[in-house]
Design a protein around this ligand. Structure first.
Ligand SMILES: NC(=O)c1ccc[n+]([C@@H]2O[C@H](COP(=O)([O-])OP(=O)(O)OC[C@H]3O[C@@H](n4cnc5c(N)ncnc54)[C@H](O)[C@@H]3O)[C@@H](O)[C@H]2O)c1
Ligand SMILES: [Zn+2]
Ligand SMILES: [Zn+2]
Length: 361
């Protein structure tokens, strides 16, 4: 029997989100219904609402979540009812050209549930990143459920499902930060601060946080930044160069995703260093630069999707590090809110008052 639960939807571009009844089908073959315990509010949810991802409205928002498996469909043996899981948006297929070449972190054909969740009038919903977890329950593919230590705080665990993994992985996996590196991070929201935590974990000795908001810089310092730069009144490129012996940082991570921040990242980097773009640009953004500048500086220019993570490899490991007190993921949870608080949380995020608002169900 399909069940009716509450969910937060974006009905049309720019309109305030609505808490409505949605219909969650029974899990079919390979599918799982998960009772959501917690779901973080990520900037990407706002980008969906603004029509910046695609126009497949109405969206069922929320994608940074942890919960308990309620029921499983035919053929599912990787999880069972009662398992505590983090939901992921990289259920690798194992057979696409990336997977076959041994690079499943780039899988081009990740799994999602085959059935659709709907409004009560039958209108099909598009779940954000194939998850849709601002809801009491959601329907996903079994591969989207990663079992972790059930004693972890669900609010903390859920954050690994997107923003924290994206930022931490951008530093550790995509950039390959290692002991002794200098790293600069532009934009210190949840994603940028997770990159700082990742750089710290990997042994970077100089970690420079760049933001325009003083409170964000204070949080970045608490999470491991050795230096902070307020880009409102300081030239970020010159500041990073000055803090790195005049050379620039080995790795610069752009966690904002705008042409001007990407250029800062590019010019704040040492020769042969690495730039990682993790912030998501919008379709109208363009970059114009002398091609010779790319050539003459060498190094690598990368973008990072989901921190190049493999959920089955990375989520349990990061939860274990957190439980051992070696990864301060609890500091990302600024406020705990109810399911009807998502619209207000978008505003709070926009004005920069939080690292993460987390919906608790
Ligand atoms: N690549 C991925 O897989 C992935 C995953 C999740 C989120 N994201 C993206 O990462 C980005 C950051 O997400 P978030 O949740 O941390 O957002 P956020 O809004 O919480 O943080 C953005 C931060 O950037 C700062 N900022 C804005 N403009 C700036 C500028 N010109 N110079 C310096 N700092 C500036 C803001 O003050 C804020 O602290 C978003 O674009 C989001 O969509 C990417
Ligand atoms: Zn694949
Ligand atoms: Zn996200």
């Amino acid at each position: 029997m399909a069940q009716q639960v509450r969910g937060v939807i974006a009905r049309s571009k720019g309109a305030p989100v609505e808490l409505v009844d949605i219909v969650v089908p029974d899990p079919g073959p390979g599918e799982v219904v998960v009772a959501i315990a917690a779901c973080g509010v990520c900037h990407t949810d706002l980008t969906y609402r603004e029509g910046g991802i695609n126009d497949e409205f109405p969206f069922l928002l929320g994608h940074e979540a942890a919960g308990t498996v309620e029921s499983v469909g035919e053929g599912v043996d990787s999880v069972a009812p009662g398992d505590f899981v983090i939901l992921n948006w990289r259920a690798v297929c194992g057979t696409c050209r990336a997977c076959k070449r041994g690079r499943p972190q780039y899988c081009f054909n990740t799994f999602n549930a085959a059935q659709k969740m709907t409004l009560t009038d039958g209108t099909e919903l598009t779940p954000a990143l194939g998850i849709g977890a601002f809801a009491d329950k959601t329907l996903v593919h079994a591969g989207q459920c990663t079992k972790v230590d059930p004693t972890v705080d669900p609010a903390v665990a859920g954050l690994l499902g997107c923003g924290v993994m994206a930022g931490l992985g951008a530093a550790v996996n995509t950039a390959g930060v290692t002991r002794g590196d200098s790293v600069a991070v532009i934009g210190c929201g949840g994603v940028g601060d997770a990159a700082i935590v990742g750089a710290h974990l990997a042994g970077a000795t100089t970690i420079i946080a760049v933001d325009r908001d003083e409170q964000k810089l204070n949080w970045a310092a608490e999470l491991g930044a050795t230096h902070t730069v307020n880009a409102t009144d300081t030239d970020a490129v010159a500041a990073v160069q000055e803090l790195t012996g005049g050379f620039g940082a080995d790795v610069v991570i752009d966690a904002v995703g705008r042409p001007e921040t990407w250029k800062q990242a590019f010019y704040a980097r040492d020769l042969a260093g690495t730039v990682v773009l993790v912030g998501v640009p919008t379709p109208d953004m363009k970059l114009e630069m002398p091609l010779l500048d790319f050539f003459s500086r060498g190094g690598s220019l990368k973008s990072s999707w989901y921190g190049d993570c493999l959920p089955e490899r990375d989520f349990p490991m990061l939860v274990d590090l957190h439980q051992q007190g070696r990864l301060p993921l609890d500091k990302f949870v600024t406020e705990r809110i109810a399911l009807d608080g998502v619209e207000k949380a978008f505003h709070t995020m926009h004005v920069g008052e939080v690292l993460r608002s987390v919906v608790i169900l």
